[in-house]
Ligand binder design. Structure first.
Ligand code: SF4
Length: 337
């Protein structure tokens, strides 16, 4: 077994169903597009993106001897369980099970530990590390960049979690998929509920529902609230409409089985912050914080057109958190309550 095969075997044994290789280049692939995106303000003020820009552009700032990027991916897709009806909200697929940061983080830690034990210098991470992971995946041919900006495995889909590890070893690269597999399709660009794509491959996070209902701690802009529909956490529309998204067959993705595909909004609004934090521990649903999740639930209830939501929202209209109270009043106004 040569070095490439041994490393790939190790990665696969740890639960990464996909493994590709790209030579390190500085600046990183797509670096200019990333800089342009930041300068246009399309990152919606997410500071960690601009703060980590130098390392994203030049991975040798973290591993001076980096020669090769190992690109790893795990699939997380499952069929959405049937709509339970009532006062419930939809959750984006990646958040249905355990937090992928924990799941992949542990796998990656074991992988880099193994590499170092083999005498290979390594540094890497998932999307929390300053790495242009999709650009490296593209360069290594782990899928191609769809018009929705996500990496897509042709005829398989985009429900992927990516990790990149830079090593000081020179390995034969895998080839990029040099064809645009979107062709003339524009389904994702058209279906986006907030028209957040300024052009193919370019998302303006300031209009993206996933930014507002996961990352942002502020008010959801009133002009985007109706577009949130039933999305209480994230939004998968640009993936759901993609013809490449078929049920994945990777047997290693059970950590992401659909436990929280739908959220009971009455529970979200009535539970204490401590209860929310306890019940959702170890899942990505902790990310917006209890107030953020309640804010989202209020907007979805306002969109449900169900009078049963009125008594659930009413106590929130005078909540001590002014932002949450305003969202509850907005929702009540939508319902005529
Ligand atoms: S929906 Fe169509 S245009 Fe969008 S990423 Fe999928 S194939 Fe490409």
């Amino acid at each position: 077994m040569d070095a490439s095969e041994a490393i790939e075997t190790q990665a696969r044994s740890l639960g990464f169903g996909h493994f590709r290789v790209a030579p390190v280049q500085v600046p990183a692939p797509h670096a200019q597009a990333f800089v342009d995106w930041l300068e246009a303000g399309h990152h919606a003020g997410m500071d960690y993106l601009s703060r980590g820009a130098p390392e994203r552009i030049d991975p040798t700032l973290r591993l001076a001897t980096a020669r090769t990027a190992l690109v790893l991916a795990a699939e997380h897709g499952h069929d959405r369980p049937p709509d339970p009806g009532g006062l419930t909200g939809k959750v984006a697929r990646y958040a249905w099970g355990r937090d992928y940061h924990n799941v992949l983080g542990k796998r990656l830690k074991k992988f880099t530990k193994w590499l170092r034990a083999e005498g290979i210098a390594a540094w890497g991470g998932i999307d929390t590390a300053p790495i242009l992971e999709r650009a490296w995946a593209n360069a290594a041919g782990l899928g191609y960049s769809g018009k929705n900006g996500l990496q897509i495995l042709p005829a398989k889909g985009s429900y992927l979690l990516l990790a990149v590890v830079f090593v000081d070893l020179e390995l034969p690269p895998t080839s990029a998929l040099n064809r645009d597999h979107c062709g003339s399709c524009t389904r994702c660009l058209v279906a986006c509920p907030t028209q957040a794509f300024v052009r193919p491959h370019t998302l303006d996070a300031r209009r993206c529902l996933s930014f507002h209902n996961i990352e942002s701690r502020n008010s959801i802009p009133p002009q985007l609230r109706n577009a949130m529909g039933r999305w209480v956490f994230g939004c998968d529309v640009c993936q759901e409409v993609c013809p490449h998204n078929v049920q994945p067959t990777d047997p290693l993705h059970q950590a992401f089985a659909p436990k929280n595909a739908w959220l009971d909004l009455e529970w979200v609004l009535s539970a204490s912050p401590e209860q929310i934090n306890t019940d959702l521990a170890g899942t990505p649903l902790r990310r917006p914080g209890p107030i953020g999740l309640k804010r989202n639930a209020a907007v979805v209830l306002g969109n449900l057109n169900d009078p049963a939501a009125i008594p659930v929202l009413r106590p929130l209209a005078s909540h001590c958190d002014a932002m949450l109270a305003e969202h509850a009043r907005w929702a009540l106004a939508q319902l005529g309550g």
